[in-house]
Design a protein. Structure first.
Length: 377
């Protein structure tokens, strides 16, 4: 962004959509539409010559579809991509996010996006990305498989304390997560992992869940910023990729070891007591919830119920959701991990968590996933 403007390329096989998207973006302050393409093949050629800062992408196109384009683009010149997809393509959006797209806008039909709601959402996302880029905190472009930053995590004892030198911000070993007769025993839980993520989170969650090889004592609860039409399908994709049983949270969901649940889009999750264990309540957003689903709300309620059993994880995302929650987790004896700036697509959420001074370890995504997998064996 040498000119101070965010240079955007629009990719869509519909001439109407290309014109509409181009008009929406061109009207934004500090945004310049530098090119338009009708399919992935044309888009690859234009991206190579124009080197845009951001690309908006349709998925269903002739000649070369959006998935092939994404794979080739991320291999050749990683660039932030916002997918624009119809509601019929929920599983397709999940695939695109796993391939490296950083965000998406859902349109009601594939034929047209000429609706005020879509225009407002797209304008807001692009404007926010421009502000992040100007502040030097824009989308990070992950190196090939992040090989340079993936170091083996420290070996851990059963209680999560490192057996080697610790890279902890607080200068002390992680909190002991005791195996004792506390709430959670009847459900086989000795740990409760709560994860917050936003922009770039779906692909990060895929890596975290894929790293888990065994999970006999931990339940995982996720607040990923995602519209309601997409969370169920995304949970099903994670379920196919992981040894964990993954599903979208139901209205009253008891937590069990070896299970993971995702907060439904448009709702929030709170952890509550359930007999001698825990359950997740699906609740409507409150006026005080700045983000939906709210990682802060999930983290705070988990800390209140499970205390030292909680491991809070803050992954890539825009904004500061989760920062207040990690303070609650640490105040009650839990552990907090955050993704580092080296791999975060957007360092907003993990950066805000780190600035609280309450993060035990900040690690590149691959190392964080491997370390967490060790803790929850």
């Amino acid at each position: 962004m040498t000119t101070g403007k965010l240079r955007v390329m629009v990719v869509d096989d519909s001439a109407l959509n290309r014109r509409t998207i181009g008009d929406v973006l061109g009207a934004l302050e500090g945004v310049e539409v530098v090119g338009k393409a009708a399919d992935g093949d044309e888009a690859l050629r234009l991206a190579a010559s124009l080197t845009p800062d951001l690309i908006t992408l349709d998925l269903e196109m002739p000649r070369m579809d959006g998935f092939t384009f994404l794979r080739l683009l991320m291999a050749r010149q990683p660039t932030p991509v916002i997918v624009i997809s119809g509601s019929s393509g929920r599983d397709s959006v999940g695939r695109a996010l796993e391939l490296g797209a950083i965000d998406f806008v859902a349109k009601p039909s594939r034929s047209s996006i000429d609706t005020p709601g879509i225009e407002v959402e797209l304008a807001e996302k692009v404007a926010n990305l421009r502000l992040l880029a100007l502040s030097g905190r824009g989308p990070m472009k992950r190196a090939a498989k992040e090989a340079a930053v993936h170091k083996p995590p420290p070996r851990t004892a059963w209680n999560g304390a490192p057996t080697g030198p610790a890279e902890t911000k607080r200068g002390s070993a992680p909190t002991t997560l005791e195996r004792e007769s506390n709430p959670g025993k009847d459900q086989g839980l000795t740990r409760l992992v709560v994860i917050g993520a936003s922009t770039g989170g779906p692909s990060a969650l895929v890596e975290v869940f894929a790293a888990v090889r065994q999970c006999t004592s931990t339940a995982i609860v996720v607040a990923q910023h995602m519209p309601e039409r997409f969370t169920k399908t995304f949970a099903e994709r994670l379920n196919r990729l992981s040894v964990l049983r993954v599903s979208e949270a139901r209205e009253f969901e008891p937590l069990h070891a070896g299970r993971a649940i995702l907060c439904p889009g448009g709702k929030c999750l709170e952890i509550t007591g359930f007999g001698h264990g825990y359950a997740a309540l699906v609740v409507d957003p409150a006026p005080s919830d700045r983000f939906i689903p709210s990682a802060d709300r999930l983290f705070k309620s988990a800390a209140e119920m499970a205390r030292e059993k909680v491991i809070g994880v803050v992954l890539t995302g825009m904004g500061d959701d989760g920062a207040r929650g990690v303070v609650s987790i640490k105040a009650r004896g839990g552990m907090v991990l955050a993704e580092s700036a080296e791999t975060a697509v957007i360092y907003g959420m993990p950066g805000a968590a780190v600035r609280t001074g309450e993060v035990d370890r900040t690690l590149p995504l691959g190392a964080l996933a491997a370390y967490l997998a060790e803790l929850i064996v």
